[in-house]
Design a protein around this ligand. Structure first.
Ligand code: HEC
Length: 528
């Protein structure tokens, strides 16, 4: 009662103050430019920007063309279809329930925020994807994207992308997912409620992921089969696993090299795993701060890693991972890992039984911050005394203390467009689109390609028909999103390529599961 009274009095006080402010200083000063020459002269800041702070000039759209406006009730896709390279599409607050495909270069898709109101892309849990782009130099910014089933923003072989200031909530399997892109910046986004990876960088090069907040997802930030990337200044909390750096075997890009994970907050990633059964991330134990699996030259520096109850940093290889088959073209170990100074505490308080067993073997009693399982060559740790560790005996002491000399791996100039010859169209579509969910003999989001080959042997037409309008076939898999945004020609080429992909290795660690899936495939085939 006393509390309520106090609130009421305070509210009256605030109202009075508001009225006062309204009368006294409430004039519109929005036209007044406020300079502070002492602190921020625009001259010196331009200098600072052009020297090194401004490293993002090679990504995103040019904004050099016509400006289009999209208002509540209009269709974003309609305008995208009419726009030309260089154009800016401004989307005003409103609710847009649609999927937008950007298949041309240099398009800036910018939400306009008015009085704190954002444009909302609303999937209603019926639509698969909010934004799919295959063009180069695409900017996507200032959107609230929610309730889709597949992806919020997915890139398919587009280079020089810029994805920033988006609020992504419960968009299904992935949040922001550039695939096969070179040179891209993902910054200042907030993502939550994603079943697989909130930010998923797949088969990319020269990527910068900074200043994002990711939480309540299975994987926070995932760097997969990607070269030269930096993950920095992100707040990664309350996921199952915080930051994952790894190689998925069976994809055309065979390595993950040169990842810097620095200055992130990686905190309390203890959410129970809700990933699709059998997917790679479904094997990530809850409570894992950073997981490096087969990634080479990963440098971990300056992070605050705390409250991850399984382990702070886990370095492992393909031999020790569930749900995986080996690819002879992918080196399965985590080599040349460097653990520099990080601030780690309160990790490893409740580890999984496997880690408990390893601890027992190494006679370690208390909680462990860092664990290495499997072979790791030429790896190092700067100051091993500051963390309780297990399995790092082979690690040397790093001969360097920081990564300060590397501002970014983004390029100075935009990467040239990926040229795709007509003959390679099927391959490009397969690896750019299908391989996000289908690997050769590994279950990912969709069934392995090997299973699909058994089902559709000489029948690419059947695949085209299915992917144009997929029906639900398997209880234990999610629905496959329709691929009818791809032209008939591209769908056909992808289907033919899918049937021609060769088994390049045999060494399957999850043969039992494969056998079950094969039996299921035969059963489905028998049913017609
Ligand atoms: C977002 C993930 C995703 C993408 C991208 C994707 N698929 Fe799938 N696909 C699935 C899932 C999930 C299933 C299983 C659906 C089921 O059984 O209900 C599936 C099943 C299939 C099947 C099996 C149909 C059957 O009769 O059992 C074929 C064929 C197929 N996909 C082809 C493709 C091709 C070709 C592409 C690329 C153009 C592609 N998929 C892209 C997720 C995806």
């Amino acid at each position: 009662m006393a509390n309520k009274l106090f609130t009421a009095v305070a509210a009256v006080g605030l109202l009075a103050a508001g009225a006062y402010i309204g009368n006294k200083v409430g004039q519109d000063n929005s036209h007044v430019i406020v300079n502070d020459a002492e602190r921020f002269s625009s001259e010196s800041s331009t200098e600072a920007l052009s020297s090194n702070a401004r490293f993002d000039s090679s990504v995103g759209a040019s904004g050099s063309g016509q400006v289009w406006e999209v208002k509540d009730g209009d269709s974003i896709q309609k305008v995208v279809s009419e726009a030309a390279a260089g154009d800016v599409i401004k989307v005003y607050p409103g609710t847009y329930s649609e999927t937008v495909y950007i298949d041309k270069d240099d398009i800036q898709l910018s939400g306009v925020i008015v009085d704190g109101q954002w444009p909302v892309m609303e999937g209603l849990k019926k639509l698969n994807d909010a934004i799919l782009y295959s063009g180069n130099n695409i900017t996507v910014e200032n959107f609230r994207i929610q309730h889709y089933k597949g992806n919020a923003v997915m890139g398919q072989a587009g280079n020089n992308f810029l994805i920033r200031n988006n609020h992504v909530i419960d968009t299904g399997v992935y949040g922001i997912f550039p695939q096969l892109g070179k040179n891209g910046l993902i910054s200042h986004n907030i993502l939550s409620g994603i079943e697989d990876a909130a930010i998923y960088v797949g088969m990319c090069d020269n990527i910068h992921v900074s200043h994002n907040e990711v939480f309540d997802s299975v994987a926070g930030i995932e760097i997969e089969n990607t070269r030269d990337s930096i993950v920095e200044n992100n707040y990664v909390h309350d996921n199952t696993g915080g930051v994952l750096v790894f190689i998925t075997p069976g994809l055309p890009i065979k390595d993950t090299v040169n990842t810097i994970v620095r200055n992130n907050f990686i905190v309390n990633n203890n959410t129970a795993n809700f990933g699709a059964e059998g997917s790679i991330v479904a094997g990530v134990p809850a409570g894992t701060g950073i997981l490096n699996m087969a990634g080479d030259k990963t440098t971990i520096e300056g992070n605050i890693i705390s409250g991850n109850k399984n382990i702070g940093i886990l370095i492992t290889d393909h031999h020790n991972a569930p749900n995986l088959s080996l690819d002879p073209e992918s080196e399965p170990h985590s080599d040349e890992v460097a653990i520099l100074n990080n601030f780690m505490f309160d990790n490893g308080t409740d580890p999984i039984p496997e880690i408990k067993a390893l601890k027992a073997l190494s006679l370690m009693n208390g909680p462990v911050d860092i664990l290495n399982i499997g072979k790791s060559s030429n790896s190092c740790i700067l100051d091993r005394g500051q963390y309780p560790t297990v399995g790092l005996d082979d690690y040397g002491t790093c001969g360097f203390t920081d990564t300060a000399e590397v501002k970014t791996f983004l390029l100075d100039e935009p990467a040239p467009k990926r040229e795709i010859a007509a003959a390679d169209m099927g391959k490009a579509a397969y690896y750019g689109v299908c391989a996000g969910c289908h690997a050769y003999n590994v279950r990912m989001i969709g069934p392995p390609t090997q299973i699909i080959q058994a089902l559709y042997m000489d029948n690419p037409g059947g695949i085209v028909e299915y992917i144009t309008n997929p029906t639900k076939k398997r209880e234990d898999y999610p629905e496959m999103p329709p691929q009818n945004y791809l032209s008939e020609e591209v769908r056909r080429a992808a289907a033919e390529y899918m049937l021609s992909v060769k088994k390049v290795w045999v060494n399957s660690e999850n043969e039992e599961k494969m056998k079950k899936d094969m039996a299921k495939a035969e059963e489905l085939e028998a049913q017609g």
